[in-house]
Design a protein around this ligand. Structure first.
Ligand code: ADP
Ligand code: MG
Length: 233
């Protein structure tokens, strides 16, 4: 039974997919069988046949398990660029959280490490009244929080960590992602502040354009995710 985690973020567009791809490539380099899931993806452009094509799921799949059918990586690919619960309602789709749970269990049965990417941030609803934090708690997925390195992130990070704690979701780690090239004062001080907030869960910074998971983050990730007995995560 492989271990699994949820990649969430301080907001939408902060680098969850970017970081998840680096993580999946690194897991494979470590010799692990990796699997990726993007259970619900919204705002999907039309694919060749006209059906919504989940781009995040495709990027994750290519990093984790090339050749795997996209329908196994993304259970609900929706065209509407809204929160999952609203996009599903508009498109007349009924999202079943139990199906997501089954997909995660199935992925854990065939892989050593499963990376599940959320949609938006941790308080986003999958169905009305049921958030990604609820899903993570129910499935026993610790959260890896991707925080975009910019002015305002400390507030978003504190809110995210507080929400996780209230919901009873273990914090696996926090990475500060240099999504944009930015040398503003906040970007220079955010790292130390994020470390103060997340304590030992702070895994470090992801540089802009990083081609691979930086050594510091990889070592911290190995310590916090791979070195623990999987039953505890
Ligand atoms: N560290 C980074 N360096 C360069 N580009 C990045 C970095 N992080 C994110 N991006 C880019 O920013 C955009 C949003 O990132 P993405 O991973 O799609 O966010 P999310 O999955 O949280 O919505 C994408 O175009 C992505 O390639
Ligand atoms: Mg994404």
């Amino acid at each position: 039974m492989g271990r699994a985690l949820l990649v969430t973020g301080t907001d939408t567009g902060v680098g969850k997919t970017f970081v998840a791809v680096l993580l999946l490539r690194w897991l494979r380099e470590e010799g692990m069988r990796a699997a990726a899931l993007k259970p619900v993806e919204t705002g999907c452009p039309a694919g060749p046949g006209g059906a919504p094509r989940p781009e995040d799921a495709a990027a994750l799949r290519d990093a984790a398990s090339p050749g795997e059918p996209l329908s196994r990586v993304c259970l609900y690919a929706l065209a509407t660029p809204l929160s999952p619960h609203l996009a599903a309602e508009r498109e007349g789709v009924r999202i079943d959280p139990a199906r997501i749970g089954e997909a995660v269990a199935d992925a854990r049965a065939r892989a050593d490490a499963v990376v599940v990417e959320g949609a938006g941030g941790i308080a986003v609803e999958i169905v009305p009244g049921y958030t990604f934090a609820d899903l993570a708690r129910e499935l026993g997925l610790p959260a890896l929080v991707v925080a975009e390195n910019r002015l305002g992130v400390l507030n978003h990070l504190r809110l995210t960590l507080s929400f996780l704690e209230t919901a009873g979701v273990p914090l696996l780690g926090v990475v500060l992602n240099d999504r944009r090239r930015d040398a503003s004062p906040a970007c220079l001080t955010n790292g130390a502040e994020a470390a103060r907030m997340a304590k030992e869960a702070y895994l470090g910074r992801i540089p802009h354009g990083a081609p691979a998971l930086p050594d510091e983050a990889a070592a911290a990730f190995r310590r916090r995710f791979l070195a623990r007995p999987s039953a505890r995560i």
